[in-house]
Design a protein. Structure first.
Length: 95
């Protein structure tokens, strides 16, 4: 799925804050994110219709600069889209 880059890298997004709070175990540095996101957006802004994989590949060339951003992307890519399959597994294990 490709989307416009303008939808990515909003450090003030409510969704980002909820995500960071929910996954607080990963110790995200919100101050660092506030600096990384605008820079990442500026780097990727010249590209059109990119997906998360493309963004990750591009930012990995600057992995020291975008540590927190790449951490978030890796976590987002590892999460299941829904928990339905997990719920079905646990439901079946009860039987």
């Amino acid at each position: 799925m490709t989307v416009l880059v303008s939808f990515f890298f909003n450090p003030h997004s409510l969704y980002l804050n909820v995500f960071i709070n929910h996954y607080s175990y990963f110790n995200f540095n919100q101050i660092q994110i506030a600096f990384e996101f605008p820079s990442a957006k500026a780097l990727i802004n010249e590209k059109h219709d990119v997906d998360l994989d493309t963004i990750e590949i591009y930012l990995k060339d600057f992995s020291i600069t975008f540590v927190e951003t790449l951490k978030i992307i890796s976590l987002v890519k590892a999460l299941p889209i829904t928990t339905a399959s997990n719920e079905r597994f646990f439901h079946r294990s009860k039987e």
